[in-house]
Design a protein around this ligand. Structure first.
Ligand code: PLP
Ligand code: COI
Length: 339
């Protein structure tokens, strides 16, 4: 194997040795298959290709300070994929099958798990797609669940250095009663135009507002949003955002640090009062935000006046990373050690 420059890995696709697959047919899941092929052959009328029957997950494995490999919140990701499947009428992957396949994919590619201290991790991408042939709009009868993995660096090239983000008002990633709360491809298709434009205009990500009134913050592209003020962690409550497992974990850590946690609508105007703001997610971990530009109104909100992440975001980041790397005890049962 060519040596990998762990410190300079981008967040992107990385070819590894194997991926694992399981097919759902005649109302049941088959056996787990291991392959070295990066390709999927399917019927041209597959429901994932025409009607968006597709859901995915994103989680990470880390090498700890003790050399052990830890997967973060495996069970939560399995449950979220079940919710996604249920919502768009796909076959649900049993939690035990999901967990077994993720662990297998990590073990088969163990040499690609970045060593401790390189600032990189193994990104795990479970994917569920409708493969049955249909032409009328209806759910398919056949599904493929697969898991591939690859080493990654930070999602935003700045890593834990503060980024600039852009509020968009002419584009929505999800409708108020749509599919924003589940992890399906359609939400990401709907976010591409605004996200790509934000990148070209010099921002790390677009920030989407509630689609109805454009008054409240929803999400920061592929990550949840949070703000800190008066010793309080505030994060949006909305049906059109993905329930982030990282955010859920940060809420627990924030409470443990003595902060009050508020999950409620987050008015854009409240940004004026925030001491710190950030984006959080598996890929982004915590990405502190130094500037938010409202593209339509021209208003700019400034944070991180000294150019560095704020103290609360920093403590949250360090505590989360410490649990993931086995430096702090796993008191909540968030870790699966790969034996
Ligand atoms: N929001 C969106 C739209 C995402 O794609 C992700 C990534 O999974 C998140 C939030 C963060 O969720 P999690 O912390 O579970 O990775
Ligand atoms: C994640 O944070 O795991 C994501 O899936 C974000 C993005 C790569 C879709």
């Amino acid at each position: 194997m060519e040596s990998i420059d762990w410190k300079n890995l981008p967040f992107g696709y990385f070819k590894t040795d194997y991926n694992v697959r399981c097919y759902y047919k005649d109302g049941k899941w088959g056996g787990i298959e291991v392959t070295d092929s990066e390709f999927v052959t399917m019927h041209m009328a597959a429901t994932c290709l025409h009607y968006g029957q597709e859901a995915f997950e994103g989680l990470k494995a880390f090498t700890g300070i003790d050399g052990k490999i830890r997967i973060f919140r495996l069970g939560e990701n399995a449950l979220r994929m079940q919710r996604s499947a249920k919502d768009i009428l796909m076959a649900e992957v049993p939690v035990s099958l999901f967990e077994e396949m993720v662990i297998k994919a990590v073990k088969l590619n163990i040499k690609y798990v970045p060593p401790y201290g390189e600032g990189a991790s193994l990104y795990i991408r479970p994917l569920l797609i409708g493969t049955g042939a249909e032409v009328g709009v209806k759910p398919g009868k056949e599904y493929l669940f697969m898991v591939f993995v690859g080493p990654v660096g930070p999602y935003f090239k700045e890593g834990f250095n503060p980024v600039k983000m852009q509020i968009v008002r002419d584009s929505d990633r999800a409708a108020p009663h749509g599919t924003g709360h589940i992890k399906v491809g359609g939400n990401y298709a709907a976010s591409l135009r605004a996200g790509d434009r934000a990148h070209h205009e010099g921002y790390a990500s677009a920030i989407f507002l509630d689609a109805c009134e454009k008054k409240y913050i929803d999400e920061a592209g592929p990550a949840n949003f949070f703000g800190i003020k008066n010793n309080t962690y505030v994060t949006p409550d909305s049906h059109s955002i993905l329930p982030s497992i990282t955010n859920m974990s940060l809420c627990v850590l924030a409470r443990e640090m003595g902060l009050t946690v508020e999950r409620r609508p987050f008015p854009v105007t409240e940004l004026e009062e925030m001491e710190e703001v950030g984006a959080c997610g598996t890929a982004a971990v915590i990405s502190p935000i130094k500037e938010i530009h409202d593209r339509e109104t021209g208003k700019v909100y400034h944070f991180c006046k000294d150019g560095k992440a704020g103290p609360v975001s920093t403590r949250l980041y360090e505590q989360l990373r410490a649990i993931q790397e086995g430096k702090a005890p796993d008191t909540h049962g968030w870790i699966t050690v790969v034996e």
